[in-house]
Write a protein that binds this ligand. Sequence first.
Ligand code: HDE
Length: 696
Amino acid sequence: MEMFDGPLGPGGETRQVAEGDVDVLTTSQGVPVADDQNSLKQGARGPTLLEDFHFREKIFHFDHERIPERVVHARGYGAHGYFELTESLAEITRADIFQRVGEKTEAFVRFSTVAGSKGSADLARDVRGFAVKLYTKEGNWDIVGNNIPVFFIQDAMKFPDLIHAAKPEPDRAFPQAQTAHDNFWDFISLTPESMHMVMWIMSDRAIPRSFRTMEGFGVHTFRLVNADGKSTFVKFHWKPKFGLQSVAWNEAVKINGADPDFHRRDLWDAIEAGDFPEWELGLQLFDQDFADSFDFDVLDATKIIPEELVPVRVVGRLVLDRRVDNFFAETEQVAFCTQNIVPGVDFTNDPLLQGRNFSYLDTQLKRLGSPNFTHLPINAPRCPFAHFQQDGHMAMRNPVGRANYEPNSWGPENGGPREDPNRGFRSFQEAPQGDKLRIRPESFADHYSQAKQFYHSQTPIEQKHIGDALVFELSKVERPDIRSRMVSHLLNIDEDLAKTVANGLGLVVPKPAIAAVAPRSDLPPSDALSIVKNGPQSFAGRKLGLLVADGADGALVKALIKAVDEAGAMVEIIAPKIGGATLSDGTMLGAHQKIDGGPSVLYDAVAIIASESSAPMLAMDAATKDFLTDAFAHCKFIGLGPGADPLLAKTGLAADLDEGCLALASAKDAKAFVAALGPLRFWAREPLTDLDALAA
Ligand code: HDE
């Protein structure tokens, strides 16, 4: 590429301007630009001229770059991929996507938090959105779900109240992306129907390790309808190939500071590394008889159907194999709508779903500014489409010809598309229900039984985390009466939990809340509800943080890197200098992070390999001490190589070492160490290191 002298730069120096096979900068009208550094002035130090059309256009466009962020789920990240059918459902639904085994359908998925604004941190304690757009041959089908299978409220009428209460308080505009404040718990404690959801959001489900390690749920009961018009009820589940995994709360708080983009970076990195995130699509299918005999109303979105009762049938897989090229064009402009369904799928009367079907179009119009948002490439169907909708702002795909209405008499050639009663979408024929009423059905009245069932399905460490989370959140609530009211609900869920929380808050245990329907204790625990019971038992897809310093045993470091790679996992090297460390064999190992830029909270497990000469230097370094003590506090597996002793002594951990702290004496220990990382956390450590556990 040849360079030549161009116009003067900001300091009066001569700038180098590219010539040859690069694109010439133009205005948006395509006019080549000679100088993009300086506005047009009257005299070198004079005022800028109105006639400077290039400056005017550039600044005008910049001033209009922002669109309104989503009112909820503003913070999100998306990727492209495909859905592949592994089992035909031809007998159950006529949906084209479920007919041919092995066929792939293009997909786009956007994950999100709910409460925080667009720039908030990824590790907020929050529900995660899990929205899937499937570009099927018979139109776009959106499954706009969450990573939790139930919701706070039963009727869409309450949604604005819920979201107002969860978002920053209106006078002070804080706290951001947090439910730990009075308004949220005030609303929740006055809304008993939310108690099942409260158990889920206080569990570690609300602080996932990665989008790749969380489940997705359609939440509502939908219908699948076959060619004969027969309907089968369905609940949608996405099951992550990498198993379920979450982080610890203290870790989440620190990740938010160390890497507020932790989840989006993880998704990006995994796809770039060819380690494609994957989920199975599972269906819970059931008929009207089951719905009639089930203990709860299948139209109530605050209830699950336990997998033990209706097993999840795996019918396909979702793979995310392509990152976006442009965040705004794809992730920001993607417009999910629950009412985007295809022939063979249908809604039920779930009052939350009915309200959502009305809401999503509004939000897209507000955000994207035109009813033509379906013309945007990310939203346009991939199958042929033809209709008589026309004009409006930014119409980009415009019909040709004379007919823009139907019926018309312009004939098959010029008359445009026609309806097709056979191929077209037909709603399931459901008999009307009765009088017009503003009422909540009695079948929605049991608010505690499934909350109890969820809590009793957790392992003891998960139950402890629920208690800890409640104490943390309620300790940020200023009004004691709100704290107390919450504990009165917990008494209907589990007495020990209620007492632990009351104790943690220094509260007198109140009387139980009055329950509309007495909570049941006979619902059997469900293993599917626990994260720990559904962990991966393998380090695949995870990340080891390997802290090395000069003189570290080269054979050991290399054996460890190899063993992690063979396990399908990643290693990030952390060193005192970003340039890397010189190993004992003289090789220079480049670092990904300097120690204070790579705290251990960013890794699933850590190892520290120093040398006799570098050990004392590491042992005096505060960031290195934090690296070790945090990993210990977060119950991580820790590999301790040569040179770790001074650090253990300085941090006071030498006497506390447990089976989660593994010696890495030489290269031959590397494989066994990586194999031991499978359970991901050494939870047995937590009760010995946590005041809350002792207090309980
Ligand atoms: Fe949403 N929700 N929602 N929601 N929701 C939106 O639509 C709404 C609900 C969910 O990545 C909005 O495009 C109402 C349940 C996800 O772009 C809005 C009600 C579930 C996303 C809206 C609910 C969800 C949204 C805001 C009560 C889980 C993000 C921006 C009836 C099953 C999609 C937008 C994305 C987004 C309305 C409740 C999931 C305002 C009225 C229940 C994953 O239309």
